[in-house]
Design a protein. Structure first.
Ligand SMILES: Nc1nc2c(ncn2[C@@H]2O[C@H](COP(=O)(O)OP(=O)(O)OP(=O)(O)O)[C@@H](O)[C@H]2O)c(=O)[nH]1
Ligand SMILES: *[C@@H]1O[C@H](CO)[C@@H](O)[C@H](O)[C@H]1NC(C)=O
Length: 425
């Protein structure tokens, strides 16, 4: 554990060093730390969070950005706050039922760390003197609703439901801390909260002294500016793990025999520049969300035949003969789709010996979609939204990105196209 602690301190010094290099960058003064006045872990404040249990992976990524932005704002207020990355797991859509998945298995943690200091939960447990968190703050709504106008407010209130998820044992609170059974919390309080990452940072700075705090139902906190510069900075720092990027590249080159032909990522996300010149491989990509979405949105989604028709039309429009489909569909449905298509259909399925977890395979599919000549997503799917963002970051023309698959009967259901959340720098 001493070795690991040393490793953590070293990575922090590296991180501080990387901040120093960018000292000309006037927009990025927040994360700068003075190593003379800063020692680990004494004056650090650890912030961890969780999201409503039923929420899926890609909405959780969005909540992560809200929290990361809040932690940055807290640092601007002079608090040496460090974001603890919540292990992934217990997700409804992951059929392998994996828990305790580290962020490093899916994302580029050094990149996240250069937006706001971030450590894995297991590293937190190593630096913390005990696996006991100071306080759980359970965010809830105001029971009386929001009275017409939306104002930022927060107030400690009796728990409406928060205490049902925790149980007191030997004077400490027990609950779901990412499935790690030894973790406890000293205090639990419920806070009725109506506000964004800015007002949340204010609340933390003003009302709490803590060494470690666990914010439950973090999705209650809204974005201060959805689609604004800070949003995109957080999003750009959320790069995928290099291994998964490489896996997607191998698939495109090896299986699809295509070239990527997109603006390469710069070494650091901070150096990325606006561009609209990427062409992408000569294939169309579609996110074809099935399973629970069919129950939820039924007639707003295309049938299998309708899907084939739209893929064919899009391939024709862009003059390509290959299609990649990211999908959670049953194999039988994919086979049927293939029968309706004259062009070659590709799907990504990892080999068993690769030991790629469900969550990682899904990301590989997202990456492959993000490098296509054109992409069409599924209606209101956050999985699709994240692909659109990746294409914005990678410099694709807007008209190749913000599309969706339409229902068969457009005259009856319409086919409103997705909002164009264009990247801003
Ligand atoms: N491999 C793979 N998995 C997918 C695909 N679409 C959805 N999934 C899985 O299902 C999950 C979908 O949940 P989210 O990531 O929350 O996205 P969403 O489409 O908004 O779904 P909801 O959470 O149900 O609203 C993904 O994270 C994957 O685990 C796909 O095209 N390929
Ligand atoms: C935070 O502190 C202020 C001022 O002391 C108080 O009015 C407010 O109720 C507190 N909020 C919470 C959520 O504890």
């Amino acid at each position: 554990s001493r070795m690991r602690l040393l490793h953590l301190v070293v990575s922090f010094l590296v991180w501080i060093g990387s901040q120093a290099e960018t000292s000309e960058d006037k927009t990025d003064t927040v994360s700068k730390l003075d190593p003379e006045q800063f020692s680990l872990p004494q004056d650090a404040r650890y912030i961890m969070y969780d999201v409503n249990r039923g929420e899926g992976f890609n909405l959780r990524r969005d909540v992560h950005m809200r929290v990361a932005i809040a932690v940055r704002k807290l640092r601007e207020k002079g608090v040496n706050a460090i974001l603890v990355l919540p292990p992934w797991g217990g997700l409804y859509h992951w059929r392998d039922r994996k828990t305790g998945v580290r962020w490093a298995d899916l994302f580029d943690v050094p990149s996240l760390n250069s937006f706001v200091p971030s450590i894995e939960f297991e590293q937190f447990l190593e630096v913390a003197s005990s696996p006991t968190i100071d306080r759980i703050v359970y965010l809830q709504h105001f029971q009386e609703g929001w009275d017409g106008e939306y104002v930022m407010k927060s107030e400690k209130r009796p728990c409406m439901e928060g205490d049902k998820y925790y149980e007191k044992e030997d004077g400490l609170w027990k609950g779901w801390f990412y499935g790690l059974s030894a973790v406890r919390a000293r205090d639990l309080e419920c806070v009725s909260f109506q506000g964004d990452s800015e007002s949340f940072a204010e609340l933390l700075a003003r009302n709490y002294t803590f060494q470690s705090i666990f914010v439950d139902r973090a999705e209650t906190m809204l974005h201060a500016e959805y689609g604004g510069v800070e949003y995109w900075r957080a999003r750009r720092s959320m790069r995928y793990s290099k291994l998964l990027e490489a896996r997607a590249e191998r698939f495109i080159a090896g299986e699809m025999k295509e070239e990527i032909d997109a603006q390469p990522l710069t070494e650091r996300w901070e150096d990325e520049k606006a561009s609209r010149t990427s062409k992408g491989g000569s294939y169309v990509a579609v996110h074809w969300r099935r399973r629970d979405f069919i129950q939820a949105y039924g007639s707003l989604l295309p049938s299998i035949k309708g899907t084939a028709k739209q893929i064919t039309a899009m391939a024709k429009e862009f003059g390509v003969k290959k299609a990649f489909v990211a999908t959670d569909a049953e194999e039988g449905d994919i086979e049927e789709l293939r029968k309706h298509l004259k062009i070659t259909l590709y799907t990504f399925r990892p080999r068993p010996d690769e030991q790629l977890i469900d969550g990682a395979a899904a990301i590989v599919e997202q990456i492959i979609c993000s490098w296509a000549r054109v992409f069409a997503g599924s209606y209101v799917s956050t999985f699709s939204f994240r692909i659109q963002e990746d294409r914005e970051i990678r410099g694709f023309p807007v008209e190749t990105t913000f599309r969706r698959m339409c229902p068969d009967d457009v005259t009856m259901h319409g086919c409103e196209q997705p909002a164009k959340w264009k990247i801003v720098y």
